[in-house]
Design a protein around this ligand. Structure first.
Ligand code: ADP
Length: 606
């Protein structure tokens, strides 16, 4: 695995809005070698250069730290953390440590393991520098003057994930002044950590690949794939506007690869993949636009909306929020767009509404920790209709340790199979997500192995959908590699004979034999070494219930009337996907409806 002194990309700089060198340095230049520890005087450190290593999300983070008596002068980092997320955390914390020598920095949201790894590596280095690390871990209580603030805008948006950012750009393009609040230190939400697939019927890319498709087919699969519980009008808006939304994103500078694929549970090859890793492409595209229009679009991070404001006529006129330095009142002439995402990370709320799964209390989630359902709770308090809250989506694809999607070795549906602890297949791997997860829950220890071969990873440095190379996954023990299926079976502890038989039957189905589980999506045989296996467990992924909206994204109240001045878009809304959301339909949904919400809110009162 190639170790990098990570360079921070321009896109990343944009997200962070700070600048720093590839390896953080502060003048003057650091001494090359440590002096003897006994030279420590009144200061914090013995001047010199020290190394510290600790485990990050994808293996070791090694820091080479140069200090003088009281300051950290330079931090050189070597690591393989996820581009666009983990490396961002390392860069942010490097900057913070150079600013003030401390071990009490906040973890960077969405990159907890990378942040913890960085801090542990820094601590190891500073111990060698003779530091009193316990002292460095104490958070200084900085006396910040508390100051309440009030903002006036036209369109106010709560939440800076895909839906909120799309709404901000679209509202501005439609002539409105915009203010967006995000409760976390960084925008991005679940969107930035997603696998990034976006379903759309694409006249260009699909025909180039010889894939037949139609908007009608996308409609049927979405509607029927959710057991016809979704509102057909909203499904229609989604499938008809998904491709125009791709074109809109492209007009803003976003790049998608030429090939479409079938993401897990998508049922059809119409999933688009951005060129930038994970969901960073969407967020960077919006933030580029927003940074170019700072006079008219304000983004406030670490500001948590708490309560919607309603006037005597029942119209929503703004919201109250809490920032680090005090209360914030936002007055919005046109109204408020709620784009706070789902409640996958709110265990209490999951348990409150779950009726279709066995207890979810101890199931991990793919979600970021801000996915706590705030918008649903706020909207309910102003009498909004909240629908289909029991429709909670689980995936069979969680990392066994973290529940996250990263580490998943499948490259698409066609070229992989799932086997259980005994080495047998147990489900149609091209089925709906709920069908696959329910089947997985019935297997020994509710776990499975994803099996792929060289077709999915032609080279060791081929990356999965989470920008991780197969080489790094194998090295970290998160995937297994073998030249024969028998050897692979031995490594993962399943019956070799069963695995060989399962693969033989699958290969026969690729040649046209009827599949035992009714699978229909095939491409290549699993017949080319090396073979790979990766372990997966059920994980909570998406909450399909939420605020009821009209096709224009206006919020509907419990009597079926529109609540003036209130709009909602993205995972916070309910009733689009029904009982089961197709893979790849979430990003299509959040960006399509976010874009519509921006336009609707901008036109309000005009
Ligand atoms: P979507 O895909 O629908 O855009 P995301 O999860 O990507 O959903 O984004 C939702 C965003 O809203 C997250 O960044 C989350 O931190 C933010 N958020 C949630 N609740 C609040 C709140 N009360 N105030 C401000 N931001 C919030």
């Amino acid at each position: 695995m190639k170790k990098l002194c990570k360079k921070v990309t321009a896109a990343l700089l944009l997200l962070l809005s700070i600048s720093f060198a590839a390896c953080g340095t502060k003048e003057p230049a650091a001494p090359e070698t440590p002096e003897t520890p006994s030279t420590i005087g009144e200061g914090l450190f013995t001047p010199g250069t020290y190394e510290g290593t600790a485990k990050g999300y994808h293996g070791d983070i090694t820091l080479t730290v140069t200090v003088d008596e009281n300051n950290i002068l330079e931090i050189k980092s070597e690591h393989t953390e996820t581009e666009g997320l983990g490396d961002k955390a390392v860069a942010t914390l490097t900057e913070a440590a150079l600013e003030k020598a401390s071990l009490s920095m906040d973890l960077v949201s969405g990159a907890t393991y990378s942040s913890q790894g960085f801090l542990a590596a820094l601590e190891a280095a500073l111990v060698k520098a003779g530091a009193d690390v316990e002292k460095l871990k104490v958070k200084e209580s900085v006396e910040v003057e508390k100051k309440d603030q009030e903002f006036d805008t036209e369109v106010a948006i709560i939440g800076g994930g895909g839906a909120g950012l799309a709404a901000a750009v679209s509202a501005h393009q439609n002539g409105a002044k915009v203010l967006l609040v995000e409760k976390m230190p960084n925008v991005g939400g679940n969107t930035i950590i997603s696998g990034s697939a976006f379903n759309a019927v694409d006249p260009k890319r699909q025909s180039a690949q010889g894939i037949e498709d139609s908007v009608e087919k996308h409609f049927q699969q979405t509607y029927e794939g959710g057991d016809k519980q979704g509102d057909p009008e909203l499904v229609r808006v989604l499938v008809e506007n998904a491709y125009p939304t791709i074109e809109w994103l492209e007009s803003l500078g976003m790049k998608f690869t030429d090939k479409v694929f079938t993401v897990l549970g998508a049922l059809w090859p119409r999933s688009h993949k951005p060129v930038e890793p994970l969901g960073t492409g969407y967020v960077n595209t919006f933030m580029n636009y927003i940074n170019e229009h700072k006079d008219d679009i304000t983004v406030l991070t670490e500001v948590e909306a708490k309560e919607l404001l309603v006037n005597a006529d029942g119209a929503v006129t703004g919201f109250l929020a809490e920032g680090k330095n005090g209360k914030i009142t936002v007055n919005a002439k046109n109204g408020v767009i709620v784009a706070t995402g789902g409640f996958g990370a709110n265990v209490e709320m999951r348990d409150q509404y779950n009726t279709i799964w066995p207890k979810l209390t101890n199931i991990k989630t793919t979600n970021h920790r801000g996915a706590t359902g705030d918008g649903i709770i706020m909207a309910e308090k102003v009498n909004a209709s909240i629908v289909q809250m029991e429709n909670i989506q689980l995936l069979p694809m969680g990392d066994p340790v973290t529940g996250s999607l990263s580490g998943n070795i499948e490259q698409g549906v066609e070229n992989r199979i799932f086997i259980n602890a005994e080495g047998n297949r147990f489900v149609d791997e091209g089925a709906r997500r709920d069908v696959m997860t329910k089947a997985l829950m019935e297997q020994t220890e509710s776990m499975m192995w994803v099996i792929v071969d060289k077709h999915s990873y032609p080279t060791d440095d081929t990356v999965n959908n989470f920008n991780e190379t197969m080489e790094s996954l194998v090295k970290e023990g998160r995937a297994y590699k073998a030249d024969t299926l028998e050897d692979l079976a031995k490594q993962i502890g399943v019956e070799p004979e069963n695995l060989v038989k399962a693969v033989e039957a699958f290969n026969a189905s690729v040649d046209g034999a009827e599949d035992e589980f009714g699978r229909t999506l095939f491409m290549d045989k699993l017949d080319t070494a090396p073979f790979y296996a990766g372990k997966r467990v059920p994980t909570v992924h998406h909450t399909m219930g939420g605020i009821k909206i009209t096709p224009e994204t206006r919020v509907v109240d419990q009597n079926g009337e529109i609540i003036k001045g209130l709009f909602a878009a993205g995972e916070v809304t309910g009733g689009i996907h029904g009982s089961n959301r197709l893979g790849g339909n979430a990003l299509a949904d959040v960006h399509t409806f976010g874009r519509i919400a921006g336009a609707t809110a901008a036109s309000e009162g005009k």
